[in-house]
Design a protein around this ligand. Structure first.
Ligand code: PHE
Length: 380
């Protein structure tokens, strides 16, 4: 009997070149062939033939590869062995899922004598892991929820007005140059404040929320933002921020310091110390950058006898920008109860991805956006 398997059947190539590139390529080909053959299975006979071809002790494909490993030159053995182990793991996972489909389920169905027995447990599928960025975001949100903050969100495609103008970046002001903005094309016929762009920060949602809610307010705003930065180990054109805003009568810089100090201890451990350095943002005055003692080296700047990289040996790590809401910002929402003579407030904005990098000791931001299960599985 011929099966559809014959159409795509794979033969193990004889390895002659043991360079990293060609080994990677060879194993990639093998995995692809395995997937192709597996997707051609349409009967139990197919399944058995497939299983024998790949897994038979005597001359299955895995055994053949194992023999090549024995014959390989000494220097290549380690690398080849690692590839082979990974291939085995991959094949194991896929076949376990298939065995469930083709061996276990039909047997259960046969025993029950019905085509569907709803009392049987379902097929177990691998459960995904929460993405490290999502995990970090949820943790920060819940720290603030416990302080009585609620969550607000806003659009990613934003107008010039909310992203810049109402945050006290006047048109053509050089402060706009600090955020490499991605503008939506074809907007020039509109007045500047209506032109669309990809929001460069979550701060526009401060204005949007104050337009809707009268003071007092306490909100956190998680979301994605975009900037025209080429991707590298610490930059990405899309990343995540979380913004905070508290407005009431008599909110002071002391409230800002106390709140953020508490939040950092809740996130990174009670030993962490905070430190504020003067900075500038058009929408806060005074403004500051918040530093925490490096939780990798504990503030010493050293890891054993090596320099600590995440804090560049300074013992301090910058985690966010913050400050007291600039009265000019309140002017834009004055009609909704935000008279700068009566209310005051503080705001902060943090990069979630950067915090996640630091928290989990990941050395390249790009891992967060590639969707590689081998990376993500480590957070399960
Ligand atoms: N929006 C600022 C940024 O993206 C951060 C910030 C938010 C600073 C709120 C102060 C207050 O860089």
């Amino acid at each position: 009997m011929t099966t559809r398997l014959d159409i795509v059947a794979y033969t193990v190539p004889k390895l002659t070149d043991y360079s990293t590139d060609s080994l990677t390529q060879a194993f990639e080909d093998t995995r692809r062939a395995f997937r192709d053959e597996q997707s051609a299975i349409s009967s139990e006979a197919d399944w058995k033939a497939f299983r024998d071809r790949w897994m038979a002790r005597k001359s299955g494909i895995l055994t053949q590869i194992n023999e090549q490993l024995k014959a390989a030159p000494k220097e290549a053995k380690k690398e080849l062995g690692q590839h082979l182990n990974e291939l085995k793991r991959f094949i194991d996972e896929v076949t376990n899922a298939w065995r469930e489909y083709v061996e276990v389920i039909p047997r259960r169905v046969a025993i029950s004598g019905e085509s569907v027995d709803i009392s049987l447990p379902g097929v177990r599928r691998p459960i995904g892991a929460e993405h490290p960025v999502t995990k970090t975001r949820n943790e920060i949100v819940s720290v603030f929820q416990r302080l009585g903050y609620s969550v607000a969100e806003g659009p990613v495609v934003e107008t010039d007005y909310y992203n810049f103008e109402a945050l006290n970046f006047p048109p053509n002001h050089p402060a706009r140059d600090t955020q490499d903005t991605l503008f939506i094309a074809g907007q020039h016929s509109k007045p500047q404040r209506e032109r669309l762009l990809l929001r460069t920060h979550t701060s526009p949602v401060q204005i949007r929320t104050m337009e809707k809610m009268r003071p007092p307010i306490r909100i956190v705003i998680p979301g994605t933002v975009h900037r025209n930065d080429p991707p590298d180990a610490s930059h990405s054109p899309m990343f995540h921020q979380i913004e905070g805003l508290a407005v009431d009568t008599n909110i002071t810089f002391g409230d800002l310091k106390g709140t953020l100090d508490h939040a950092m201890k809740a996130l990174f451990g009670s030993n962490v110390k905070t430190h504020f350095r003067p900075s500038f943002f058009p929408f806060t005055e005074p403004s500051a950058e918040l530093y925490v003692t490096c939780f990798i080296c504990g503030g010493s700047g050293k890891r054993g006898s090596d320099p600590c990289r995440p804090c560049k040996q300074t013992g301090w790590i910058e985690v966010l920008g913050c400050g007291m809401v600039d009265p000019n910002v309140f002017e834009f929402v004055k009609d909704n109860g935000y008279d700068p003579k009566k209310v005051s407030g503080f705001a902060f904005g943090a990069g979630i991805d950067r915090l996640a990098l630091l928290k989990y000791g990941v050395d390249d931001l790009q891992y967060f956006f590639q969707g590689d299960v081998r990376f993500l599985r480590q957070f399960g």
